[in-house]
Design a protein around this ligand. Structure first.
Ligand code: PLP
Length: 334
């Protein structure tokens, strides 16, 4: 990234030499990101992060589908999805249904199937692939098939999958998919929206027509270069050592505190995330002690930790407020 923060600063849309240099760098990063998710380069749009990608995907699809469209999500989405759905439900008179998840964090797919069949071709689904608080991996291939069978548009929040487990949009019928760079060691403030060719959505930002007209504005070249490099690096990483480290961590905590409950332990999980309930221990107090010792952990999502609200994800899995007070999330990394 360093050259693009200093000596190479041309605008990628400019025709001169300096512009061509940055254009080539942006094109290379697009190839690297496309390779990470097995898409075509033309299906990649750079954004400022997943919050923007999610808003562009959902608002952009809704603007095409029109009023009266049904919105469906799981009960364990990130606030970038839930707050956008809340907004869309009021501005498009959309009916928003949330599919409940059980204590393991997995949904009841028959409920989804029934809702999809009630409104064929007029439903927008947004689903989190791997959960940010528990690491639980949803049965995305089955969800995508159900959506495809009923003509629903499917957006996937794949923010936590990227860099940890493979993503292959060439084999799963996903229409739109959001990524955030800083979840796989790219810088903060850079993200991606994947849009399958032929899927039409309305842009949020209008102007110079960059990014195929879907996201106007001069590109964040250094951020994009960092994202491309991180995408290439992520493809070389083996998730197994990370999973072993996570298992060792959970085993060690259980030895110290035998009644520890690992949220989502019965479901498929990401190799790096561990969400633990320690009965009798105040989660917030524990995190303060850990912080003092130089260990960084969070009560739920980092974005919600100042909000003083119990984790919406654990609530969505049916846990009580007092249970959530004794829970915290630990994330490991390569
Ligand atoms: N979706 C999930 C699952 C996340 O974990 C996050 C960030 O933590 C986001 C969306 C939003 O990403 P950003 O804050 O980079 O826009």
């Amino acid at each position: 990234m360093s050259p693009f923060l200093g000596e190479v600063f041309g605008n990628p849309s400019a025709l001169h030499q300096a512009g061509r240099k940055t254009r080539n760098a942006v094109d290379l990063a697009r190839q690297q990101v496309a390779a990470l998710i097995q898409s075509r380069e033309t299906e990649i749009t750079f954004t400022s992060g997943a919050t923007e990608s999610i808003t562009l995907a959902l608002r952009g699809a809704m603007a095409r589908l029109g009023e009266g469209t049904r919105l469906i999500t799981s009960s364990v989405e990130h606030s970038a999805v839930t707050q956008t759905c809340k907004d869309l439900a009021s501005s498009f008179q959309a009916e928003w249904k949330q599919i409940s998840c059980d204590h393991s964090g997995l949904p009841d797919l028959s409920e989804l199937q029934q809702l999809l069949q009630e409104k064929p071709n007029s439903t927008l689904v947004s689903w989190i692939w791997a959960n940010n608080e528990t690491g639980v991996i949803s049965p995305l291939p089955e969800i995508a098939e159900l959506c495809a069978d009923t003509g629903a548009i499917l957006h996937v929040d794949a923010v936590q999958m990227a860099g940890k487990l493979p993503i292959d949009v060439s084999t799963i019928p996903i229409h739109l998919l959001s990524l955030s760079g800083h979840k796989f060691h790219a810088p903060q403030g850079i993200g991606v929206l994947y849009r399958r060719s032929g899927v039409s959505i309305e842009p949020l930002l209008h102007g110079g027509g960059q990014e195929g007209g879907l996201r106007s504005g001069t590109e964040n070249v250094a951020g994009i270069v960092g994202l491309g490099a991180a995408a290439s690096w992520a493809q070389t990483q083996d998730p197994e050592p990370l999973a072993r480290l996570r298992n060792r961590f959970e085993q060690s905590v259980r030895e110290l505190h035998p009644n520890t409950l690992v949220h989502g332990a019965e479901a498929p999980r990401l190799p790096n995330t561990s969400n633990l309930f320690l009965p009798g221990i105040d989660g917030e107090a524990l995190l303060l002690v850990l912080d003092h010792l130089g260990l960084c952990a969070s009560p739920g999502s980092a974005c919600g930790s100042s909000a003083k609200h119990p984790s919406p994800v654990l609530m969505g899995m049916g846990f009580s407020r007092s249970h959530i007070k004794s829970s915290a999330r630990y994330s490991l990394s390569h």
